[in-house]
Each structure stands twice: as structure tokens, then as C-alpha cells.
Design a protein around this ligand. Structure first.
Ligand SMILES: [Zn+2]
Length: 257
């Protein structure tokens, strides 16, 4: 009887350029009657960022064999040589698994900027307490300064709960905007403003990027103020009720440590 698979990991993450041997028994658990050994008979390309398909071979002492298909994703860091911004179906993805290159510096996207100002003006005309100013494009260097300051003040672990590491902030895309409360100038997080934003942002090409209860997928707690410009697909993403990661079928969640 060939080895029986009890549980598997659908996507195995490997750091770019990491030559350490992988212990596949961490990811694939077999019923161990007769000593199961695991091997991958195709070469994992640790120098190509992205998802690759491979086959795991589980062999027992009698030579019985089970093949398991699985995917590996090579995870980059902002200083990975030749790293390019990660587009899926034409949508730029930045999250804790998919950083931007250090030197990616697009400034504020013109169309997105126009749309966010339209959204703000509309909210103001409806009487909502929204600031003229917003927090948009942030360069790698600025995010580096912010994150370093937060880490020095609160420690890295605490800082990571509310601030992205440099290269991992969606604000570096020029497509992300934090909406501010008019009266306080702080990030907007009160009713009725946040419900209006949730229900109408897509009409301007935006999605609320970090949805409530989706931290495992987005890597962030609920941020009612953080909008991401996705243009034409905003309506469809909104109607799906999914995170951008789930909508596009890309990995997310926490940093790969
Ligand atoms: Zn933000």
C-alpha cells in the first residue's frame, strides 16, 4: 500500500536564494507504517520570485510510492536583485509576502489622486467630517525613516503591528490613500464616515484594502481609512466581498520569517 497523506501545505514558502535543505515533513504528514522518505525530483529554482509547481515523492521501505503535487512560492525582499513590482491580472500587489523594490518610486498616481480628491469633495458636500488633506504616496526612504523611528520608540515587534517595513507599504505604490478626519486630522475611523467610505469607495475606483476580520489574508487589522485604487475592477472586488488577495488568488498574511 502506498504511503497515505494525512495533511499537506498547499503553498510552501521559500526565501529567495535560500539554499538550506527543506524539511518537507514539516509540510506533508504521512501515515508512517513502513518508514516514509520524502523527496522532490524537480529542481526548485530559488532564484526566481513567484510560484512554481513541483511533485513530492513519498516512498516507503518497500518501495511503494505516492506522488503529491504542490506549489512553492519564492519570496523576495526589497533588496532582492532584479526584483520587479508584482502584477497579477494587471493589478499591482504589495503585501507582507510581496514587497516592492527599494528603488520603485512612482510618486502619486495621477488618476488615483484625482479620484481620491473627488471622493473627499463628495463626502464634504454631503456634510461628512473629512479633511482636505490625505496621506498618499510614501517613498521607500520615508517609510524606512518612519519604521525606524517607530521601532526605536516601541520595539520592532510592536512597530510591526501598525507600520509596514520599508518596501512593504502599499503607500509606496502611489495608489494607496489614508483618509483623514476633518476636525482632528487623524486617520478616519468613526461613523458615519467609515460606513459611507465602505459603501461608496468603489464608485471612485477604490477598495477598502484591509477588511475587518481578514488579518490572516491581508496581514493587517481592519483599516477603514486605507483606500487602494484599483480602477475598473473596484466594483467587482467590492461586490465579491473578498480581500484583494483572495480576489486575485495571491498569497498574503504575515511576513515570511
Ligand atoms: Zn494607509
Amino acid at each position: 500500500m502506498p504511503p497515505t497523506l494525512l495533511s499537506k501545505t498547499d503553498l510552501v514558502f521559500i526565501k529567495y536564494g535560500d539554499t538550506t535543505d527543506i524539511d518537507f515533513s514539516r509540510y506533508f504528514v504521512f501515515e508512517d507504517h513502513n518508514g516514509v522518505t520524502l523527496s522532490v525530483n524537480s529542481e526548485i529554482d530559488i532564484y526566481t520570485v513567484g510560484v512554481q509547481s513541483h511533485t513530492l515523492k513519498a516512498t516507503d521501505d518497500f518501495g511503494n510510492l505516492t506522488d503529491i503535487s504542490f506549489n512553492v512560492e519564492i519570496i523576495a525582499t526589497p533588496d532582492t536583485p532584479g526584483l520587479k513590482p508584482y502584477y497579477v491580472d494587471g493589478v499591482l500587489i504589495v503585501n507582507k509576502k510581496h514587497p516592492l523594490p527599494q528603488n520603485y518610486h512612482p510618486n502619486e498616481d495621477l488618476e488615483a489622486g484625482t479620484q481620491v480628491r473627488k471622493l473627499i469633495r463628495e463626502m464634504q458636500s454631503l456634510g461628512y467630517d473629512v479633511h482636505d488633506a490625505y496621506s498618499g504616496f510614501r517613498s521607500y526612504e520615508l517609510q524606512n525613516t518612519l519604521f525606524t523611528n517607530y521601532s526605536n520608540r516601541d520595539g520592532i515587534e510592536k512597530a510591526e503591528t501598525y507600520s509596514a517595513r520599508p518596501g512593504y507599504s502599499e503607500h509606496q505604490t502611489g495608489l494607496a490613500f489614508d483618509i483623514l478626519q476633518g476636525s482632528s486630522g487623524l486617520l478616519i475611523e468613526v461613523e458615519p464616515e467609515i460606513t459611507w467610505i465602505k459603501e461608496h469607495a468603489h464608485e471612485y475606483g477604490f477598495i477598502v484594502r484591509y477588511l475587518e476580520g481578514e488579518t490572516d489574508i491581508t496581514g493587517y487589522k481592519y483599516e477603514p481609512w486605507h483606500l487602494r485604487y484599483v480602477g475598473d475592477i473596484a466594483e467587482s472586488v467590492y461586490q465579491s466581498g473578498l480581500t484583494l488577495e483572495a480576489y486575485l488568488g495571491v498569497s498574503g498574511g504575515d511576513y515570511f520569517r
